[in-house]
Write a protein of this length. Structure first.
Length: 147
């Protein structure tokens, strides 16, 4: 009676799929989380670089970013929003900019423009499944010396 059951292979594929599918999904979602976190880091970094470039281009005498004015900060935030592809990025998350004197090793002080952005990242899978995929705040800061 048991011998015919041991020779039957009709459900072998279903059993193999039932064993393999959860493992495959766990790896697939883990790779997706890793890629999503890397993309978020790249976007925030590109956004701060874009904001710093805007400030450098508009930092000449008589322009909006000769000092951190409301117009300069609004322009930097608009460029950061464009770089992230989210029109309300700086409204929902933290975006800051500052212009201060920075010491120059070769002579007189020059101005340093610092642009920062922070973004809270939450992975798809809960922290209990992947210990490395924890919720975190992605922060990027770009500092540019203006001569």
């Amino acid at each position: 009676m048991i011998t015919p059951l041991l020779r039957c292979t009709r459900a072998t594929a279903a059993i193999e799929a039932a064993i393999f599918t959860p493992i495959f999904l766990m790896f697939m979602l883990g790779i997706t989380d890793l890629g999503g976190g890397m993309l978020a880091r790249l976007q925030v970094n590109a956004a701060t670089q874009s904001g710093a470039i805007y400030a450098v281009i508009n930092s000449g005498t008589g322009q909006s970013c000769a000092s951190v004015t409301t117009a300069c900060l609004n322009g930097i935030k608009a460029v950061i929003n464009d770089a992230t592809g989210d029109a309300s990025f700086c409204t929902n998350y933290t975006c800051t900019a500052s212009i201060a004197a920075c010491p120059s090793p070769d002579g007189p002080s020059t101005a340093c423009i610092t642009v920062s952005a922070s973004y809270p990242y939450s992975p798809l899978l809960p922290d209990t499944i992947y210990s490395w995929a924890t919720s975190s705040t992605i922060t990027s800061t770009t500092t540019v010396r203006v001569l």
